[in-house]
Structure formats: structure tokens, C-alpha cells
Design a protein around this ligand. Structure first.
Ligand code: ATP
Ligand code: MG
Length: 364
């Protein structure tokens, strides 16, 4: 009998989400056998555009209750703009999870693997390996604002940025904790020269939190030059913490520097574990390649690995071992193939998923 059973909500969503999800589950099957960790799945068909077309909403009214007993959510991708506008599908599902489950950390690793062509010149595997910690619930993405004198010559629009002391301190603390466990250095994204009220305030909060972590070296960078440095010298970063908007920009740029969006995983975390956390690839539903079994499943499989580590409390133990073993299997398959089209190969989603599972099963 496995020693542990975690209850996981499985939400494939739309497009390639439906194709990459089975590969994550295949990986978790091997994890159960090798590491004595068991998963009980709650398969969910809502939070998809198909569901919306049938029911006029993205999720049932009791969605929160239905998910009340799960330990984590494994999420594929949502969106099918040909039939449902993105703002409806996104705000009706994923963004509801983030807000109502208080998943205030968006954690996104960026790492350059051997066997993956890097768009930056003269970079090799190991040169890029950092974590972006993005604030996920407030900041520039508040829905506070409005339009006045709409449609007239005097039309004005305003949208507020909201930074709470509570919200800012908790994301900074999470990031400094992470830095403390890694290389003891952190980059804090800001723009206090241009956004002269909220960003100096953000810097002050960062300085206060930094005082609690005297061993962590702090590097404060304006977002514009920080973007340039991601491209010019990505090797200098280890943990990068940023507000919602800046983190969003950085966490597309980071993975772009490491080859393909098909590799980038993410966790939407409620670190206190009061609500379930959600793990999903950074990429979307990719309608342009959906239904062809050619999507890269690595981002989804790596997201599942992040989930397992989080379930284990991010400390040494079978869950951490399982995470490390999945990442090692991914490393091996990226190095030796098979590869999907985004990496210049011809293999299918299923072939790459199977290869990762086989390496994981075979590795001792
Ligand atoms: P979002 O849903 O986050 O707004 P998007 O719809 O703008 O994202 P994606 O769905 O991520 O974009 O797709 C962007 C591009 O990357 C597309 O050309 C898509 O085919 C490609 N892509 C995304 N995910 C993968 C993957 N797993 N494997 C291969 N290519 C991918
Ligand atoms: Mg999309």
C-alpha cells in the first residue's frame, strides 16, 4: 500500500491542455510506483470553453465547494478565442482560482537545458537557471477604474494599481525565503524613478523585508534595464521578485531566453496551504497546433513535478526525490531526444511523454 495519497483535481481545459495533460498523469503513475506516493484524481470537464458553450458559464456555481477537499489542482490551459473571447474564459476560470484561492505567488522557473537551442548567442546549459516570483493577486492587475464621457471628445479612462502592505510583504517574504534556500541573492524589480509613488513604496517594503534576511544579497533593478539584462547576462540571476505586471513580462521573457515556451512550468501558490495551489504550463491552449498531437508536453510534466514537491512541503522526502527524478528524466530526454517540433524534432506529444515516463521508470 502506498504510504500517502494526495487528492488532485485534474483540469485539462482547452486545446493542447487536453493533449499534454495525459502525459503528466502518465508521469505521476510512474511516481506512484517508484516513490510510494499515490494520487487520487478528480477529473474535471468544466473550466473549458466546451463547458461554456453548453452552460453559458465557465464553471458551475459550486466550483469552490467541489474543489474543497483537493490538495492541489493540475491545470492544462484554457482559451478558445474562435468561440469564446479570452477575457471570458480567463476571468471565468483561471483568474478566479488565483484570486479566490489566494494563490498570491506565481512561481516560474527558467532554465536552459542541454539539447535545447538557445536564442541567445554563446549560452550553454547551466548558464540560465533562475526563479521568477511574481505577485499574483493585486498590483497593476486590479479591476478598479472606469471610463468617463465614453464615446465623446472628452473620453477619459483610469485604472488603479493596488499595492497593499500585506500583499507586498508576503510576496517579498516568500521570495527572500526562496533566495535564502538557494544562492542567497535576489533581484527586486522596480521602477521607482518613473512610477514615483507606488514603486518607491514597494522599494521601502523590500528594504524592510531584506533587513530580516541579512545573508541575502539584494540587487534592485529598474524593469527596463532588467529586461535588457535578462537577454544580455541571464547568468547573473537566481531569484527575481516582481509585482504582477512586471512579473508577467519577465516570466514570458525568461522562458523565451531558454528556447521554447513548451518547456516552461509554473505554480500558482497559496503557501499557507489554506487553499489548493494550482500548477500549469506557462503556455496557453495554442489553438494553432491543437488537435495534432505535436505540442511539447514538458512544461505540463514539469508543472506536475513542481506540484509533487509542493505537496511534500518543499523539503527532503519522497516527494522531493520524485520531483528531482522527473526533472532528471526531462533533462535526459531533452538531451538525447525524442523532440517535438518546437525543438526541431518530429516526435509527437505522446512519444515525448512516453520517453520521459520510461526514463523515469528505468532510472535507479
Ligand atoms: P495565453 O493563453 O497565455 O494568452 P497565447 O494564446 O498567446 O497564450 P500560447 O497558446 O501559449 O499563446 O501559444 C503561443 C505560441 O507558442 C503558439 O504559436 C503555440 O503554438 C506555441 N506553443 C505554446 N505551447 C506550446 C507547446 N507546448 N509546444 C509547442 N508549441 C507551443
Ligand atoms: Mg491563449
Amino acid at each position: 500500500m502506498p504510504s500517502k495519497t494526495y487528492r488532485i483535481a485534474v483540469i485539462p481545459g482547452d486545446g493542447i491542455g487536453v493533449e499534454v495533460m495525459p502525459e503528466a498523469l502518465r508521469t505521476l503513475d510512474v511516481v506512484s510506483k517508484r516513490f510510494d506516493i499515490d494520487f487520487e484524481y478528480q477529473h474535471i470537464e468544466w473550466a473549458s470553453c466546451d463547458y461554456y458553450l453548453k452552460h453559458g458559464k465557465m464553471m458551475p456555481d459550486d466550483w469552490k465547494q467541489q474543489l474543497s477537499s483537493v490538495d492541489a489542482i493540475l491545470f492544462g490551459a484554457v482559451g478558445w478565442p474562435a468561440t469564446v473571447p479570452d477575457h471570458i474564459s480567463l476571468w471565468g476560470s483561471l483568474l478566479k482560482f488565483r484570486r479566490e484561492f489566494d494563490q498570491y505567488i506565481n512561481l516560474r522557473p527558467a532554465r536552459l537545458f542541454e539539447g535545447v537551442p538557445c536564442p541567445l548567442a554563446n549560452r550553454k546549459a547551466g548558464d540560465i537557471d533562475f526563479m521568477i516570483v511574481r505577485e499574483n493577486t493585486e498590483g497593476e492587475y486590479s479591476s478598479v477604474g472606469g471610463v468617463m464621457y465614453e464615446g465623446t471628445e472628452r473620453e477619459v479612462v483610469m485604472q488603479q494599481s493596488i499595492f497593499s502592505r500585506f500583499g507586498t510583504e508576503r510576496v517579498l517574504k516568500f521570495a527572500f525565503d526562496l533566495a535564502q534556500r538557494r544562492e542567497k541573492k535576489i533581484t527586486v524589480a522596480t521602477k521607482s524613478n518613473g512610477i514615483a509613488i507606488s514603486m518607491p513604496w514597494w522599494d521601502a517594503r523590500a528594504a524592510e523585508v531584506a533587513a530580516l534576511y541579512p545573508e541575502v544579497a539584494v540587487d534592485k533593478q529598474h524593469i527596463d534595464i532588467l529586461c535588457a539584462r535578462f537577454v544580455m547576462s541571464p547568468d547573473r540571476f537566481d531569484v527575481v521578485v516582481a509585482s504582477n505586471l512586471f512579473g508577467d513580462i519577465l516570466s514570458d521573457l525568461g522562458p523565451a531566453c531558454t528556447g521554447t515556451i513548451g518547456l516552461a512550468p509554473s505554480g500558482n501558490l497559496n503557501p499557507e496551504r489554506k487553499f489548493p495551489s494550482l500548477f500549469e504550463p506557462v503556455h496557453g491552449s495554442a489553438p494553432d497546433i491543437a488537435g495534432k498531437n505535436i505540442a511539447n508536453p514538458v512544461a505540463m510534466i514539469w508543472s506536475a513535478a513542481m506540484m509533487v514537491d509542493f505537496l511534500g512541503g518543499n523539503v527532503a522526502g519522497p516527494e522531493r526525490d520524485a520531483h528531482d527524478a522527473i526533472v532528471a528524466a526531462i533533462e535526459d530526454v531533452l538531451k538525447h531526444g525524442p523532440h517535438t517540433g518546437d525543438l526541431g524534432g518530429k516526435a509527437s506529444t505522446t512519444e515525448v511523454g512516453r520517453a520521459i515516463s520510461e526514463r523515469l521508470a528505468g532510472a535507479s
